[in-house]
Design a protein. Structure first.
Length: 657
């Protein structure tokens, strides 16, 4: 019988006898006196049981029958010493009384009537009323109260138990039954005695279960093992909590790993646990990263700074490490699906480093690979046998990127201001900066998220001194599918009006090979404030070769319209340059716009059609997962707005702090 099965057996005598014997074996009688010394001598933390007369007297006094588990407990022992480490003694039948009688000055002070002025929930009201009807069942507690609630009754007739201590910054903790409360206190006794090296049948059984669970995790059988780690961790068994936290870290629980302050003096393997914990410390803080780094210990500060700068590289040894480097290259240029396939195929070759590590948690610190590991993929990773173990491989999950470009249509987060992108044929992403990067650019910046990209764009615009029509974009780069195209993308489009737009496609196509370049610019319709002027939506496509625009198409909505009963009566305005291929036929596009709802027509006219046509015409795609959640290299482009001409009017507003 496992510890789990034995602990849930409905057998008070065996359970309490085991607890008492383990307590006695862990105590030094030289430090005991009074009731504690007597309990040590008899190896029993309890007292003589209450007879039926005393039980009936208590029930008469409180006006109801006691819940089953508490009644059978009192029949065995009328009171109890050391219910965990913070309840010195449980009350006997003669001491149990309504809380309103034992603590009249306290029972309305804490949870009390706070809900009356706070738009209370049902749970808040229930908790407040509990203080009025509960029975106090502790005789001595560490600045706390232990209560049975006759108003919180389960289908089996059991009453909930509430435990409250003033030094805990939380409301009263609820337990389903008195039995559940005692089980929790037994685990608490073990957890707080674990550091002393207490060894008994319970600890040996738990440690054996943890070791077997560790092997199960490496063989891909992680779900049952997670339950073992969780339970053994509640008993304070060494390593159980750490092993369980490694599993949780892959399941989308970023706070699962401990902060750096909670790591041992000599941190676990620097390849896996340490980087993951440092990354958790940085990414989980509400403070700015540099502030967190400045407060970390000296021995991890350099590592932390590399994570902030996105220069940290996860480098496990052996064949798996070689696969990780290939996966990083795929993720670096946006192909997170390929990066995951490489990692998945190589996981069987991962081997645990020195220390108790059951999964490659160092992946979660790598700025390029961490976004690849979604919670779904984390479950798949844990189910793959590793370190020479065998087992059943899980079915591969679906790719995260849908392909094509039309997923951009209507995308609101983080592209609230629209988007712009440039596609260039037969070129590597790293070379885009040389084609249409601003003259001040010396190369690609460190990988950044979409939010960081927007911040960089805003900071660049505020810091530089430029003409008001200067509209540079900070764009991430990557591969636009497997067809040899590269992309540059910016999750914003604030800048020129359509009539002042200067497509960077011409500069991007300056190649002796005759490679094409495509520029797309999309601005959704919006209103400045509740009653402000309407900003018309626009969609632009331009295609260039040999440094010249071959054809271009711009779709805008007129800024003034006449309202009808069916909504705005407007027709998109199409401006063309050159001879458009059939794929970009404006008539087909306008027919789709006319068939769309009024809101779609107003916000993004022709966007769906143009994105599908662009993807089909050039065989390109943009990586949705990388753009929304990943980190990509970036650079600042030339201005997307033409210089001022005679007759142009500009308004420039700059805020200086």
């Amino acid at each position: 019988m496992t510890v789990t099965e034995r602990d849930h057996a409905d057998d008070w005598p065996d359970f309490l006898a085991r607890w008492s014997a383990e307590w006695a074996d862990a105590e030094d009688p030289a430090h005991l006196e009074g009731d504690d010394l007597a309990a040590w001598r008899r190896r029993w933390l309890g007292f003589p049981g209450a007879d039926e007369e005393r039980l009936a007297a208590l029930e008469t006094r409180i006006g109801r029958r006691l819940p089953p588990s508490y009644r059978s407990f009192l029949a065995l022992t009328d009171g109890w010493l050391h219910a965990g480490n913070f309840v010195r003694r449980l009350a006997g039948t003669a001491e149990v009384a309504p809380l309103s009688e034992t603590d009249a000055e306290l029972y309305t002070e804490y949870d009390g009537f706070l809900w009356e002025d706070d738009d209370p929930t049902e749970e808040m009201i229930h908790r407040s009323r509990m203080w009025h009807r509960a029975l106090r069942i502790d005789a001595e507690a560490d600045a706390g109260i232990l209560m049975l609630d006759p108003g919180d009754v389960g289908p089996d007739g059991e009453w909930a138990v509430y435990s409250w201590h003033s030094w805990r910054a939380e409301s009263a903790r609820r337990f389903e039954t008195f039995r559940a409360f005692m089980q929790d206190k037994y685990r608490e006794f073990h957890a707080l005695a674990a550091d002393s090296g207490m060894v008994n049948d319970t600890t040996r059984a738990l440690d054996a279960e943890v070791e077997q669970a560790r092997e199960d995790v490496l063989a891909g059988r992680w779900e049952q093992a997670a339950e073992v780690f969780a339970r053994a961790g509640q008993f304070g068994r060494p390593g159980a909590g750490e092993l369980g936290r490694q599993l949780h870290a892959f399941l989308g629980k970023p706070d699962a790993l401990p902060g750096v302050a909670y790591l041992p003096g000599n941190p676990t393997d620097p390849t896996e646990i340490l980087p993951a914990c440092v990354a958790r410390e940085i990414r989980g803080s509400w403070r700015r990263p540099h502030e967190v780094v400045g407060e970390l210990p000296d021995n991890v500060r350099e590592l932390a700074q590399s994570i902030v700068d996105a220069t940290f590289v996860y480098e496990p040894p052996g064949p798996f490490g070689a696969g990780v480097l290939r996966a990083r290259e795929a993720a670096r240029w946006g192909d997170t699906d390929e990066a995951w396939r490489i990692l998945r195929d190589g996981l069987a070759q991962w081997t645990p480093p020195a220390g108790d590590v059951v999964a490659p948690v160092g992946l979660l610190a790598d700025p390029l690979l961490a976004p690849v590991i979604t919670p779904e993929r984390g479950r798949e990773l844990l189910a793959i046998p590793r370190a020479g173990r065998t087992g059943v491989l899980p079915e591969p999950g679906p790719d995260l990127d849908p392909g094509g470009l039309d997923w951009l249509a209507g995308q609101t987060w983080p592209f609230r201001g629209g988007y712009r992108f440039v596609l260039v044929e037969d070129v590597e992403p790293a070379h885009l900066v040389a084609l249409f990067g601003h003259e001040e650019q010396n190369g690609l910046s460190a990988p950044a998220t979409s939010n960081e990209l927007i911040e960089r764009h805003m900071a660049s615009a505020q810091l530089r001194s430029a003409d008001p029509w200067d509209d540079r974009a900070v764009m991430v780069v990557g591969r636009a599918g497997s067809s040899g195209w590269a992309f540059a993308f910016a999750p914003e489009s604030a800048g020129p009006n359509a009539d002042r737009l200067r497509s960077p496609a011409a500069r991007a196509s300056r190649s002796a090979s005759g490679a094409r370049a495509v520029a797309v610019w999309c601005v959704p319709g919006s209103r400045r404030g509740a009653d402000g002027p309407w900003e018309p939506p626009a969609f632009h496509l331009s295609v260039a070769r040999h440094g010249e625009i071959e054809y271009a198409l711009t779709v805008t909505m007129p800024p003034v319209f006449a309202a009808t009963e069916d909504g705005p009566a407007r027709t998109p305005v199409v401006t063309r340059v050159g001879t458009l291929p059939r794929a970009f036929d404006p008539d087909t596009m306008l027919a789709e716009v006319a068939a769309a709802g009024s809101e779609e027509r107003e916000r993004r006219p022709g966007e769906d059609h143009m994105l599908r046509a662009t993807a089909d015409e050039f065989g390109v795609t943009l990586p949705r997962h990388a753009l929304l959640h990943g980190r990509l290299h970036s650079f600042e482009t030339v201005s997307w707005s033409r210089e001022a001409r005679p007759g142009d009017t500009w308004l420039s507003i700059r805020t200086v702090r």
